[in-house]
Design a protein around this ligand. Sequence first.
Ligand code: NAD
Length: 255
Amino acid sequence: MGKLDGRVVLVTGAARGQGEQEARLFAEEGARVVVADVLDEQGEALAKEIGALYVRLDVGCEDDWEAAVAAVRETHGHIDGLVNNAGILRFHSLLDTPLDEFMEVVRVNQVGCFLGIRTVGRAMADGGTIVNTASCTGLTGMAAVGAYSASKHAIVGLTRVAALELAGRGIRVNAVCPGAVDTPMSNPVPAGGEGGEETARAVERLYRRLVPLGRMGTAQEVARLALFLSCEDSSYVTGQPFVIDGGWLAGLNVV
Ligand code: NAD
């Protein structure tokens, strides 16, 4: 018996990184997964490998959401789960952030999450689950990522409100708040790329110093938390942000 047998779950930003691992784990646990992304080649290849449906879905686009949900209904007849995982990160101090960049981050991270909750929430079977991907920076500040942090705080707010509004239908809504996780977002030099090894070593040194558990998290570890929040194991859990950060937010360490 898989933990998601019979359930249809759409994962956004599933072509790589955390979304990819969520799609893989959910398929292993019996879900019929819908891989959604704007990276068509990678998304289609993954979907083929794990027996999923691929849909091109720019999460900031209302029409894309309507088309994606229609495609899921046509293929599977129902939808039971959503993981709002797609996101982008941009680095600038607030005083140097161009408005276009701020709006781009809000469009993907915050509006994308809102449209996902709204479109899938309307179509979803009672008893469904929604997992939103916030961040540690949705609960605390971090210099140089102001637009990102603001959008992730907004996702925590959306999570709480959606949990209140959808509880009557037995739909549970929670958020994952990862710290530093080893994906292309946090380590953008591709493996084997120029300077890649050096960057990877510098990143490793940094997180050994910053994170109490002494390392970055893996996408698989985040996927296991998303699975917990998407299955019956968390049947009495809704409206909460769940930090997964190796102890980073636990407090200051002065010794
Ligand atoms: P990633 O860059 O590897 O993956 C992000 C995925 O989202 C990509 O496949 C990308 O194509 C997709 N995407 C981007 N814009 C999109 C759009 N408009 N529509 C649809 N898909 C889009 O990054 P990741 O680390 O796997 O990030 C996954 C989520 O986790 C993001 O929301 C990110 O903010 C969050 N997060 C990551 C970390 C980390 O350290 N990696 C920490 C905290 C939170």
